[in-house]
Write a protein that binds this ligand. Structure first.
Ligand SMILES: NC(=O)c1ccc[n+]([C@@H]2O[C@H](COP(=O)([O-])OP(=O)(O)OC[C@H]3O[C@@H](n4cnc5c(N)ncnc54)[C@H](OP(=O)(O)O)[C@@H]3O)[C@@H](O)[C@H]2O)c1
Length: 268
């Protein structure tokens, strides 16, 4: 008799076939680390970039060096009018590289920080954050839902700041990430009939280019953050990559509609 996790896993994974994950913003930071962790776990990757084609090509090369296949495609997630053409390009890449009409997981990661100081918040500041962290996520998911295999996965990215209003500069950013958490709950219910699990990962402060690279490069900022992390160090992209690969593991196929914080216990 098969183990419970095998009975509820995507048929493709049970059959030992290649799985493919699409990662938006896979050229740097958390997306890149997740791409490499997934490759180490035996998954092939389609990654997107908006401006750093060379960085994306390097990630593809790193994945191939691990014996997996990868493709990089350009995508601006704030430009929904381009999503139909992106879906066509994705379909063509899946067919040419894997001989498949679909993929197994979407990791909606692309994004950036945006400071907003109460008293001087402009409408354009809000619109920019909503465009990348919410509108793009919703409309791209809708566009690609037909390319996602039944039994597949969707993982969206939130932030620890939705639960801890630690830094007033991130009020709008965190509020928009809260919208993604709620969106993920509704999507989990909507796609449950297709056995598609939808979850949210909420990283704590992690050393990437995010927010001008301050979490990685500023000793003063790191010194301020350090006492807030129960595990006593600042998060590295590899910490989040490992968590993403674990959440997308076939043994997690029964977990859906959850917000999973990966922060080393920040601000517990
Ligand atoms: N680092 C943290 O502390 C932290 C904590 C919680 C949540 N997060 C969230 O995690 C996600 C990734 O952050 P990160 O730290 O990895 O940031 P990062 O190092 O700055 O990387 C951002 C990635 O997103 C892509 N991107 C940016 N704008 C885009 C757009 N309009 N369309 C498509 N792709 C776009 C970039 O592509 P290019 O390379 O082509 O520019 C890059 O691959 C974001 O959603 C962020 O809000 C980060």
């Amino acid at each position: 008799m098969r183990a419970a996790w095998m009975r509820c896993s995507p048929a493709r994974i049970v059959a030992g076939m290649t799985t493919i994950t699409l990662i938006t913003g896979g050229s740097r930071g958390l997306g890149r680390a997740s791409a490499l962790a997934l490759a180490d776990a035996g998954t092939d990757v389609v990654l997107t970039y908006v401006s750093n084609g060379d960085a994306a090509a390097s990630v593809v090369a790193e994945i191939e060096a691990r014996g997996r296949r990868a493709v990089a495609l350009p995508l601006d997630t704030t430009a929904p009018e381009t999503f139909p053409a992106f879906a066509d390009a994705l379909r063509a890449a899946l067919s040419a590289t894997w001989g498949r009409p679909d993929l197994d997981a979407l990791f909606m990661n692309a994004g950036y920080a945006g400071d907003t100081t109460f008293g001087s918040i402009e409408r354009a500041d809000i619109d920019r954050l909503v465009a990348v962290h919410f509108t793009g996520v919703v409309l791209l998911t809708q566009q690609l839902a037909g390319l996602l295999a039944d039994g597949g996965r969707i993982l969206n990215v939130s932030t620890g700041l939705t639960r801890n209003p630690a830094n007033p500069a991130y009020s709008v950013y965190a509020a928009v990430k809260t919208a993604v958490e709620t969106w993920s709950l509704y999507l989990a219910r909507q796609l449950g009939a297709r056995r598609i699990a939808v979850n949210t990962i909420a990283p704590g402060a992690t050393a990437t280019d995010f927010a001008g690279g301050g979490i990685r490069d500023s000793e003063a900022y790191r010194g301020m953050l350090l006492p807030t992390v129960a595990m006593g160090r600042i998060g590295e992209p590899e910490d989040i990559g490992a968590a993403v690969a674990a959440i997308l593991d076939p043994r997690m196929a029964w977990v859906t509609g959850q917000r999973i914080e990966a922060s080393g216990g920040q601000r517990l």
